[in-house]
Design a protein around this ligand. Structure first.
Ligand SMILES: Cc1ncc(COP(=O)(O)O)c(C=O)c1O
Length: 375
């Protein structure tokens, strides 16, 4: 098989990856039961603590982000437990379904398209729900480009009910800061392939002391995602199962780059570049899917001009402009395109993406002032 041509990958994960991070994977494969791997594991989990702003445990799973979410669900939810889940897109609906598959009762709080459920509506369910075990929130709905702006407040409401606060920050952490210790978040999950600009294949979870105590007491029905087992092995510098060693090298390098840049600077960069996208797309005459107050700094979703063929549009972007963007999910399929503003995204990537969009919109009959694109 020949290698595919290198293009600018502007989908909402996986993202473009630096040669420095890719190159880290060329280090030798080592015995995962030996000292060198223990040192690598210690290094990468310490750097993970910086990402989550925690002094507690960080578990890294050799799985995509969904494995991290499953681990949180299968270690916390027991049959009959209730969990409040704001549902405002595909990933939050999946999360509610996972709670149900684990035997829990998902109390969904829904919202209008392009927005997130109101804090008041979520708090109302948190206060009223019987046998409330947890609140599960997708921070950034990658399917709609909407972000929950009230994580800290909802965490406070969950803790008041002594419920676990669990956040899926797979497409946001790094582009946003979530200080889990300061806010009291029990489990926060992210993936390697989004704002961290590492290859896909690793999930990272922060765990509060309360979450650790709980998972150590109650046996999870999952073997691979048993967090008690993960924590026991972590304490002796190992993982229970064979880790994806090259991905650990890559993540270690990507987290070193995060420390070099500093988290607050990375958040600033994501915020500034996302606003460039929003401003330019509005200037193109496009309608943005998310209402202004919920617009994501990491996933930009815009409605196509009427009668634009989604597949043809994205094919043209990819084949003729070498810029890859994503389409919509579920009932947004064919109606929106989504651009990832993540990881190593910079002004050059934004310029190239906007130029490609402008040229392609023009080709599809939607006039765009190219001069307005570049700054
Ligand atoms: C918010 C959110 N949750 C969960 C997932 C699933 O992650 P993965 O595809 O890495 O399993 C994604 C992937 O895009 C996501 O954006």
């Amino acid at each position: 098989m020949s290698y595919p041509k290198r293009k600018l990958i502007m989908v909402p994960g996986p993202t473009n990856i630096s040669d420095r991070v890719m190159g880290a994977m060329l280090k030798p494969v080592i015995n995962h039961r030996g000292e060198a791997f223990s040192a690598l594991l210690k290094d990468v989990t310490e750097k993970g603590k910086y990402l989550f702003q925690t002094s507690h445990d960080v578990v890294i799973l050799s799985s995509s982000g969904t494995g991290g979410v499953e681990a949180a669900v299968w270690n916390i939810i027991k049959p009959g437990d209730a969990a409040v889940v704001p549902v405002f897109g595909e990933f939050s609906e999946r999360l509610a379904e996972m709670v149900e598959i684990a035997g829990g009762r998902a109390i969904r709080v829904r919202s209008e398209p392009g927005s997130v459920p109101s804090l008041e509506a979520v708090k109302k369910e948190i206060e009223a729900s019987k046998a409330l075990k947890a609140v599960f929130v997708v921070h950034n709905e990658t399917s709609t480009g909407c972000t929950v702006p009230y994580l800290e407040e909802v965490t406070r409401a969950a803790k008041k009910r002594s419920a676990f606060m669990i956040i899926d920050a797979i497409s946001s952490l790094g582009g946003y800061a979530i200080p889990v210790d300061r806010w009291g978040v029990d489990i926060c999950i992210t993936g390697s392939q989004k704002c961290l600009a590492a290859p896909p294949g690793l999930a990272l979870l922060s765990l509060s002391n309360e979450a650790v105590e709980y998972v150590k007491k109650y046996q999870s029905p999952s073997r691979y995602f048993d967090l008690r087992r993960q924590l026991d092995y972590l304490a002796r510098g190992e993982t229970p199962f064979t880790p994806a060693i090259p991905l650990y090298y890559a993540l270690d390098e990507a987290l070193t780059m995060l420390q070099e840049e500093r988290l607050e600077k990375r958040v600033e960069r994501h915020t500034r570049l996302a606003s460039r996208f929003y401003q330019a797309l509005t200037g193109f005459g496009l309608e943005l899917f998310a209402k202004e107050e919920f617009r994501s700094n990491t996933v930009i979703a815009a409605l196509y001009p009427k009668a634009t063929d989604d597949k043809e549009f994205r094919r043209s972007m990819s084949d003729e402009q070498d810029v890859v963007i994503a389409g919509g999910f579920g009932n947004l399929k064919g109606k929106v395109f989504r651009v990832g503003c993540m990881g190593e995204v910079n002004d050059g990537y934004v310029n190239r993406t906007l130029s490609a969009l402008a040229v392609t919109l023009h080709k599809f009959g939607h006039g765009v002032d190219l001069q307005s694109v570049l700054n």
